[in-house]
Write a protein that binds this ligand. Sequence first.
Ligand SMILES: NC(=O)c1ccc[n+]([C@@H]2O[C@H](COP(=O)([O-])OP(=O)(O)OC[C@H]3O[C@@H](n4cnc5c(N)ncnc54)[C@H](OP(=O)(O)O)[C@@H]3O)[C@@H](O)[C@H]2O)c1
Length: 258
Amino acid sequence: MGEALLSRLINLSIYEPSQILVSEPQPARQDFLAQKYKVAVTADNSQVFINSEEVVFLAIKPQVFTAIAQELSPYIDQSQSPLVVSILAGVSLSQLEVGFPGLPIIRAMPNTPATVGAGITAICAGAYTKGNHLDTARQLFSAVGEVVEVSESLMDAVTGLSGSGPAYVAIMVEALADGGVAAGLPRAVAQKLALQTVLGTAQLLNETEMSPAELKDRVTSPGGTTIAGVAELEKAAFRSALIQAVKAATNRSQELGN
Ligand SMILES: NC(=O)c1ccc[n+]([C@@H]2O[C@H](COP(=O)([O-])OP(=O)(O)OC[C@H]3O[C@@H](n4cnc5c(N)ncnc54)[C@H](OP(=O)(O)O)[C@@H]3O)[C@@H](O)[C@H]2O)c1
């Protein structure tokens, strides 16, 4: 996820490679990142904090957060106070503020489509975060898709919907393709039809701002094919399954955060 952001921030010229310092423990990855993105690379996390003028971006696994915050604590200079942006799932603003006392903090939850610039990121702001910090965070994450601001209490629900959602949609694409194969289509054709139907429907809903219910009503003619398919989805409790999936993932996110 960190590389996805790095790549697009440079490609969109939001930052020049010369403005970026990446901390990466593995020598092979260091060489790869330096060569591919022409950024400065270090294995010393403290260098990022010491040299940062604007933003320190945390893209480590949540499990190593406490150790890294401890490692960085001697280098926190509140007079310099760079904005700390965290994408760590389940690490709360209060945990981040204990790790980085007095610093402006943004907690963010991007999703996997960010890697192709089609993500959506929810952000929320810590106690020392000002309007200009929020603007910076919005600009950072707009490099990988859409940005919404939410209160922190909604971050678990964001995780359950847009964070976990790509898996639900991937399963739907796979199942639609299986349906096509069951109906006699070659796999490759079925896969293409399924994928483009999901992409195209999302694009149509997005561009026309039509409600999903309205689109469904428009394509279901009386006694027609689509209503026959919709009736089967209702029989199989398709809507309820998706609602329960989002709720279950939200609950799991809450559990993991405790
Ligand atoms: N992937 C997603 O869709 C997604 C969505 C939302 C939020 N997130 C959050 O994004 C964060 C990163 O997830 P990811 O999937 O991108 O994981 P990842 O690929 O494992 O990335 C973690 C990065 O941290 C580096 N790292 C490990 N230990 C380090 C240390 N001591 N100091 C500095 N860097 C260190 C790793 O380097 P090596 O690879 O060399 O070990 C790797 O580059 C997680 O907190 C996750 O919760 C991910």
